[in-house]
Each structure stands twice: as C-alpha cells, then as structure tokens.
Design a protein around this ligand. Structure first.
Ligand code: NAD
Length: 472
C-alpha cells in the first residue's frame, strides 16, 4: 500500500486540471487552486471547462474525495507536502517566457509556508527558473531548509492528456536534493511500480503492471532543458518535413511517400513527419521562442530554432497562395473552412494555424464559414461572427454553396467525408487540403480539383480525366 501524498496543484488549465485529477486517480489527496472564480465554481459543480477525453468521468469519480477545487491558495498550500505550479508561461515581447504568473504564485506560496514542502515546476519554464524560485522564496524570508524546488516537466498532449499522464513515455524529475527526489518518487510510485495498472479500474493504455512507467532523475537545470529541447525537437521535425514537402512539390514528388520512406528508419520514426499548414498550439511556438532566447542569453548560437519558426510561418502563406491559385481571385469568394482547433481532438485554438489562415482570407475580402467539432465556441471569441465570418453546425452546412472547401485541422471526421454529398453541397468541387487527409487520385476520380501540401495538384478535365495542375 502506498503512502498518499497531500498535493496542491496551482492552476487548473489543461495541465493543472489533468494533473490534479490524475494524482487523485493515483490515490493522492489533491487541492487544485485557480484564481479564476468562475472556473473553480464550474469544477466544483462537476463541470469541465476543456474538451479532453476521460476527463469528465474521472473528475466525477474523484471530486470531493481525492480532488477538491478552491480559490484559496494559502489554505491549499498549508495543507500540502508538494506544491505543483501549473500556471501559464506565455511568450513575452522578446520571445522569452513571461514568468510573471509563476513569480506571483511563488510569492503567495512563500507567505503560506508552514513546514517543509517541495515546490514543483510543472509549467514549462526556462533553465534556471528553479534558481529564481529559490531566490524569491528567500526574499520573502523563507529559510532554505524548509523547501526544495523540483522541475517535473509535463509532456502530455492535448486531446490525449489523461492517457498521456497515466501512461507516460517517461517521468522526468529534476531535483537537486535527495529528499525532494524521494517525495516525487513517492508521488509517481503507483505508475513506476505498476500497482496502478494492476488495478481493475485503471485506465488502460500502453503501460502495464509488468511494463510500468520509467522515472528519470536529473538535476533541475537538466530537467528544465529536457522539456524545452523536446518541444523544440518536435517542432523541428514538423518544419523539416514541411520544407521537404515544398521541395517535393516543386519536383513532382509526393511528400506522403517520402514521409513513409523516411519514417520507416527506426532512428527517425514516423511521428511528427506530416506535412501541413504548420504547428501551433499553446506550447510549440512559445517554447521554440523561449528556448532560442535562453540560448541567446547564454551566448550560444542556435539559429536553427529561428529557421524552424520561419518555415512554420511560411507554411501558412504557402497554403494561402494555393487557395488563391486555385480560385484566381479571393474578394467576394465564399470559403468553407473545416477546422479551427490547432490540431485534432482538442478545443484549444491558441496559436492555431487554422485561425491565422482564416484571418488571411478575411483580410483578402473572402467570406468564411467554419465548422469544428469542438472549438467553435472558443473561436468565436477571437473571430466573432460577422457578415464575412460565420459558423456552421456541420460539415455540409459549412460547404453549402462555397467556392472551395479548405481542410485546416486533422480531425478524424474530416478524413471521412461523404464525397458525393460534399460535391453536391459545394458551388465548385474544389478542395484545398492543408492536412493531406486524402489521396489525390481518389479526389480526382470523384471529380474534385484537389490541392494539398507537398504533392502534385490535380484538377479534373471536362472529360473527367484527372490532370496535373500547375500552380503559380
Ligand atoms: P492554461 O492557461 O490552460 O491554465 C493556466 C491556469 O492557471 C488558468 O486556469 C489560470 O486561471 C490559472 N492561474 C493563473 N494565475 C494564477 C494564480 N496566480 N493563481 C491560481 N491560478 C492561476 O495553461 P496550460 O495549457 O495548462 O499550461 C500551463 C503550463 O504547462 C504552461 O507553462 C505550458 O507551457 C505547460 N504545458 C502545457 C501543455 C499543454 O498541452 N497545454 C503541455 C505541457 C506543458
């Protein structure tokens, strides 16, 4: 039987809420804090502010027993041995992470200290943040013996966050003292000794009682860098394949075949090798920028990261130009947009390339009718409905009388369209696919002009024969 740990999680967003619920699922007592009163009220009533598989059921299972929500940070900290900081670390003006939310929280923790506690950085933060947290604690008069600071970066992906948290590829604990490392080992013991997976009620996934989670203990600095470097590397993989896609297109090669051929190399692997309109979300863009900033501060030349960003930005223009080439002019055209979220299975629209691309079309005078299975409500806050911008409740409603259909997010349902119905709904059978969800030959056979990323475009002749289309 494990010894439970009393845990405080500060921030109940994508990371904090998932961590809080999963720690409760692992048998710990969790107080989850947020300064957003409306959010806390909603959570206390069993409501879930984000779209995430398994979250609602798991919250129901533990609410009021394993996990509680509050706006009272001080009381929650006082009641806890470990305090996880999971507030936002957005991008500041210089590219550096804005750590003001973290600093504000640390000051409040300092005022609430009532015994030894481990302060855990769960938010993604630049290297040496652990040192800064220590300094802020000292400035508030907290003595060095009564706390440790640990970096425990989070690698969950939105859309599969609960599964990722409970079945992690690895758990990284950056601790500069053994006492702190030991507390983190205790917290994650149900996953690392397999006892969680042995329970009949456990969430099933890749890990099991005989193949439990791996926990890697490093220094705090190394753990901070592991997180930034992991995200930067994934972003780099996406930009790399996008750059290759642009080359492939110019020589009539097919990026899907190329990705398959590269990805089968076990040293490379197939993941994150999908060409498209680029990465987005609340992590990759800001983490690439923050990591680059850190390198600059240390006098390390890491221009590669700026190239990753530039390629990513360019993808959106490349997509825009494809649409313009397919439609000739844009002013007054009606476009159907499938997807608003930055990727499938989430309602998160932060830094969504879909939103950026839609803005470009609106600026060019086109009107856009968009559909997304989960992100419409959030999108309306940044792209309010207007004469030019409208939202549909379904795919074919969005497509009705549109001059072209644009695929912007890789939701599974967008890969499974009823092509006959789509053809009937559209004014012209033109599909510009920013996520390569279809085989060009199949689309041509179905009578579509089909333009995608890193593959030769096809259009249909009047005789119904697919032909190559040359884009300017
Ligand atoms: P989020 O914006 O969804 O959530 C942050 C929460 O913190 C909000 O609910 C906000 O109200 C709350 N908050 C802010 N200041 C507070 C304060 N002083 N007291 C109490 N609550 C406060 O952010 P997120 O997506 O969960 O990201 C949090 C951190 O985790 C970031 O550093 C991010 O880079 C990192 N991260 C995110 C993901 C992801 O997929 N979203 C994955 C791994 C790591």
């Amino acid at each position: 039987m494990h010894k439970n740990v009393s845990i405080c999680v500060i921030g109940s967003g994508y990371v904090g809420l998932v961590a809080a619920v999963c720690f409760a699922e692992m048998g710990h007592h969790v107080n989850c804090v947020d300064n957003d009163e409306a959010k806390v009220k909603m959570l206390l009533a069993g409501g879930v502010p984000i779209y995430e598989e398994h979250l609602e059921e798991m919250l129901k299972k533990h609410l009021g027993h394993g996990v509680q929500f509050t706006t009272d940070l001080s009381a929650a900290v006082k009641a806890s041995e470990a305090v996880f900081i999971a507030v936002g670390t957005p991008q500041g003006d210089t590219g550096a992470a804005d750590l003001s939310y973290v600093e504000a929280v640390v000051s409040e923790i300092a005022r609430a200290m009532n015994g030894y506690k481990v302060i855990v950085e769960k938010s993604t933060v630049p290297v040496y943040t652990n040192e800064w947290i220590r300094r802020v604690m000292h400035r508030h008069g907290v003595d060095a013996q009564s706390f440790d600071v640990v970096s425990n970066p989070e690698f969950l992906r939105e859309g599969t966050a609960i599964g990722d948290f409970l079945h992690p590829d690895r758990i990284v604990v950056g601790a500069n003292t053994e006492r702190a490392a030991e507390l983190l080992r205790r917290i994650y013991a149900p996953l690392t000794d397999g006892s969680y997976y042995a329970k009949a009620s456990s969430l099933k996934g890749d890990l099991s009682a005989t193949n439990p989670a791996k926990l890697l203990v490093t220094s705090a600095q190394s753990a901070e860098i592991i997180k930034h470097a992991s995200n930067a590397f994934l972003a780099l993989k996406i930009s790399f394949i996008n750059a290759v896609a642009n080359l492939a297109e110019s020589v009539d090669a097919d990026i899907e075949d190329i990705s398959a051929g590269i990805g089968l190399d076990s040293r490379i692997g197939p993941k994150f090798l999908r060409a498209g309109i680029g990465y987005g979300g609340s992590c990759f863009p800001k983490d690439v920028a923050a990591f680059h900033w850190v390198a600059q501060q240390q006098g390390v030349d890491f221009q590669l990261l700026d190239e990753v960003r530039k390629i990513n930005e360019r993808q959106k223009d490349i997509f825009f130009n494809k649409v313009r080439a397919a439609l000739w002019t844009l002013r007054g055209k009606k476009l159907a947009a499938l997807g608003l979220a930055f990727k499938r299975d989430t309602d998160d629209i932060r830094e969504s390339p879909a939103i950026d691309v839609i803005r470009k079309f609106l600026d060019a005078g086109a009107s856009v009718c968009a559909y997304d299975p989960a992100a419409t409500e959030r999108a309306q806050s940044v792209l309010p409905a207007s004469k030019q911008m409208s939202y549909a409740e379904g795919i074919y409603e969005a497509a009705k009388d549109a001059d072209a259909l644009l695929i912007l997010t890789d939701w599974a349902e967008f890969a499974d369209l009823d092509l006959t119905k789509l053809n009937q709904a559209l004014k012209f059978p033109i599909v510009v696919d920013g996520r390569n969800l279809y085989a060009p030959e199949k689309m041509a056979e179905q009578g579509f002009t089909y333009v995608s990323m890193g593959r030769p475009a096809n259009y249909t002749t009047q005789q119904g024969k697919p032909q190559k289309m040359v884009l300017s």
